[in-house]
Design a protein around this ligand. Structure first.
Ligand code: BGC
Length: 811
């Protein structure tokens, strides 16, 4: 904790006393997308908040200000390693300070209730305890380095469909034991400086006006930080009466003058305003934004890029391996798959950061096996919608440098704003561009394709655009928003394109003139447009045949399968769990051509792998961050072993998934399964998944013996055991402890996770492992935490289905 964790309250009160009602109310709404208001008279500077959570984007969404792109949260949680999570948070804090950011808008600690959840990749796990331990470590890593962390979204924002309006109906017990659990740890154990309130309602009241903001958050957990709203989630003056502190974004919003008026008329108590302002001032002191409290320089020292690579390895799960991995010096390697070249290193939506460079799996394989002959085949089309133009293929017609010229014009055609960009994905979400005033955006570049043949070219954004090639109009089209989620229309906009014939190496002048459709409210000053290409029509069977031929000629094939930018993003949920396009056919054909095939899975959430029984080796890399390919190299050569264990059940078929539905009925979604989400639901249904919660192999083998358990003292019992590395190389193992209570008088999960420990040992080495089990994790909620006396069975194993031994503990 930093020296400012508990700033002197009298100093904060002195500042408060100097403020007028207008000053105070102004402070409670953001100044723009990402900052709060400064007040010079009291020595308060603006504070900058930024997404996150897998890296820090900063105040602008701009490739000219790149960020470290860490693996997404489902990868982080697969490490089951609080040490990695704390370093992840610390590295994020260092990035934040480098970018002038005071507050990271993360971690996202909603749960993997359904694998269809659109932001599943951004959340940790289906298990509350695993999420809680890792999230707490992330928060500690951020805040120990003087930056605020923001566990989000409070609460039950576990899916995207109708997220602004849906009412989640969930029992108190499920809230306390499941959905609030990680928030509780982040606040009680780590003293989180902020919490973000969600868009949705919980049991009839929208999150920003929900009693849950006071109880348990403040009254029971002692939260003294700032409840920041999700962007545009505050909708009324009434919400100021609740424990909602800060409205984002600003400067407009429902509080402002209306709230001043409400205080003057007595409708809202000024004490409520003072309480919020004091919290904001406390945050300012903590991050060093208030005079007298200098910002703490992050103490963490670590190469972020090296950490990103290590985290990607630790988060990769070896789902299956018949001995093919690690690879023994192959002379010819066939790398196959769209995602091998165009890797997904992160999910879409507000979590996006813009890395300086990405190491693709193809590059990673080439670097890791410098003496091997490495071929590449596309195999299947995965991309849907537009991909940005290749940066190396663009030249700015005005400067002659790489990139493009962008101009913004007003209704009379006068140029209001000009900039030179390096990329063709443009997002104005904060920053100085006059989005509110301009009517037309003009993008111009000299584009030199690297391949001849038909392609489609166009734009993705809501509005009307003209695409001109060498001065000739190619197409004029209007793209309409899909669905009603403004965030989705903004962050994952619809695309329109037209066919064009390109000649490799022949440059064309590409000009796009685009008039955006105005967005309402908080997004009226925002614009997102991508200029790019869609895959040309290619014969899918030919692609598969070509890839199979390459596989047959190689010693080993490495196929990368995965999702695309349309599948895992914000503002909508997934429709199914299939790999897009013909990827399943591709894998089957490659497996038939060469049984020595490694399949790498590049998705942030579960996908179906119907050929999994035939594959020699399957590694799940998730969205592995910018060092994805480097991590793949480490794993394939065996320089490192995959360190991950599944934080979420992977189904064999969508119909097997016990909790799937994310579609509200009459505006509500009932969490009828109550406590039984994830593996708890699978156990109850008696269905076997493709890969169970906790599963993951390494390159060595383990034996767990000699289990003992201590009595509960001061609420903690210790399970101790010996973990022996029985293989011939060093490795990592995750010891998991589950509890059950078959004779319970209350409804209980069949078994549930109560503790875990990460063990590392040399070949042949035996390590004594201690896993603390808290009595609170055996308790149930019934108008308070209740400890049911009696005997609990503790199951010790390597996944929820792979239990090696049991013991008992008495309460
Ligand atoms: C997301 C938040 C994010 C915010 C700011 C919202 O749409 O739900 O997670 O922090 O936007 O980008």
């Amino acid at each position: 904790m930093t020296q400012y964790n508990n700033p002197d309250p009298s100093l904060l009160s002195e500042c408060l006393a100097k403020l007028t009602l207008e000053d105070k109310v102004r402070l409670l709404t953001g100044r723009d997308f990402w900052t709060t208001w400064p007040i010079e008279e009291i020595g308060l500077r603006r504070m900058v908040v930024s997404d996150g959570p897998s890296g820090v984007r900063g105040e602008v969404w701009d490739e000219r200000s790149p960020s470290l792109n860490l693996p997404s949260a489902s990868s982080l949680s697969s490490s089951w390693d609080t040490g990695i999570a704390a370093r992840y948070g610390a590295v994020a804090a260092v990035e934040a300070r480098r970018k002038g950011v005071d507050v990271v808008l993360g971690p996202t600690i909603n749960l993997h209730r359904s694998p269809l959840g659109g932001r599943h990749f951004e959340a940790f796990s289906e298990d509350p305890l695993l999420t809680a331990h890792l999230a707490a470590a992330y928060v500690r890593g951020v805040q120990d380095n003087g930056v605020g962390a923001t566990p989000k979204h409070y609460v039950a924002n576990d899916f995207e469909t109708d997220r602004f309006t849906v009412d989640v109906r969930v029992s108190d017990r499920a809230l306390r034991e499941v959905y609030l659990r990680a928030f509780e740890d982040a606040v009680v154990r780590e003293g989180a400086w902020l919490v973000m309130s969600a868009y949705n309602s919980i049991n009839g009241a929208t999150a920003t006006e929900n009693e849950l903001l006071e109880t348990p958050l403040n009254s029971e957990w002692g939260f003294d930080g700032v409840v920041i709203s999700d962007w545009t989630a505050v909708r009324s003056v009434e919400s100021a009466k609740h424990s909602q502190d800060l409205v984002m974004p600003g400067p407009d919003g429902p509080w402002g003058a209306a709230l001043v008026e409400a205080v003057r008329s007595g409708a809202v108590d000024e004490a409520a305003i003072d309480r919020k302002v004091l919290r904001l001032l406390r945050l300012a002191a903590r991050v060093g934004a208030l005079e007298g409290f200098e910002p703490t320089e992050p103490e963490h020292r670590e190469d972020g890029v090296a950490f990103a690579r290590e985290a990607a390895v630790e988060g990769s799960v070896l789902l299956a391996n018949d001995g093919l991995l690690p690879l023994a010096d192959p002379a010819r390697i066939a790398v196959i798959g769209h995602n091998a070249l165009h890797a997904r290193t992160q999910g879409g939506g507000s979590a996006t950061v813009l890395p300086e460079r990405i190491v693709s799996p193809l590059e990673g394989v080439r670097a890791a096996f410098p003496d091997a002959e490495v071929s590449y085949s596309l195999g299947a089309i995965v991309q849907e919608g537009l991909a940005e133009l290749d940066r190396d293929a663009m030249r700015n017609p005005v400067t002659g440098e790489p990139g493009a010229r962008v101009e913004m014009l007003d209704a009379d055609g006068a140029v209001l704003f000009t900039e030179d960009r390096l990329a063709s994905g443009l997002v104005y979400f904060g920053g100085d561009a006059p989005i509110g005033e301009m009517t037309t955006l003009v993008f111009e570049t000299d584009y030199t394709p690297t391949e001849s043949g038909p392609q489609r070219i166009g734009f993705a954004s809501v509005g009307t655009g003209r695409v001109l090639i060498d001065g000739e109009l190619l197409t004029e089209q209007t793209a309409q928003a899909i669905g009603t989620d403004l965030g989705a229309a903004f962050l994952s906009p619809p695309a329109v394109s037209a066919p064009v014939q390109f000649r490799s190496g022949r440059s064309v002048r590409l000009r796009v003139e685009f008039s955006p459709q105005r967005m309402d409210g908080g997004l009226s000053n925002a614009l997102s447009i991508t200029i790019g290409t869609e895959p040309a029509d290619m014969d899918a069977d030919d692609l598969i045949a070509e890839a199979s031929r390459a596989a047959a000629e190689a010693d080993v094939a490495v196929v990368v399968v995965g999702t695309n930018s349309r599948v895992e993003s914000e503002g909508y949920d997934r429709a199914d769990l299939n790999l897009p396009g013909r990827q399943d056919d591709l894998v089957r054909a490659v497996l038939a051509a060469n049984p020595r095939t490694v399949v790498l899975v590049n998705s942030g959430s579960p996908v179906l792998l119907p050929w999994r029984e035939q594959a020699a080796a399957i590694v799940l890399n998730y969205f592995a961050g910018q060092e994805y390919g480097a991590a793949v190299g480490d794993l394939l050569t065996g320089a490192r072993e995959p360190g991950g264990r599944l934080p979420t059940t992977w189904p064999a078929a969508i119909d097997d998934v016990p909790v799937l539905d994310v579609t509200p009925v009459d505006g509500a979604l009932a969490y009828d399964e109550d406590l039984h989400i994830g593996y708890r639901a699978w156990l109850r249904a008696g269905t076997t998944p493709a890969y169970p919660f906790g599963h993951g192999l390494g390159y060595t083998t383990w034996e767990l013996t000699g289990v003992t358990t201590t009595e509960f003292t001061e609420g903690v019992a210790a399970v101790e055991l010996t973990a022996r590395n029985t293989g011939d190389r060093a490795g990592k193992h995750v010891v998991q402890v589950y509890a059950s209570r078959p004779d319970s008088t209350v409804d209980r999960p069949v078994r549930w996770l109560v503790g875990f420990a990460t063990v590392r040992a040399q070949a042949g080495q035996a390590v004594r492992v201690r896993v603390p089990v808290q009595d609170r994790d055996l308790a149930h909620w019934d108008d308070g935490w209740q400890l049911e006396p009696g005997e609990y069975t503790l199951h010790i194993g390597s996944s929820v289905l792979d239990i090696s031994t049991t013991t008992t503990a008495r309460l």
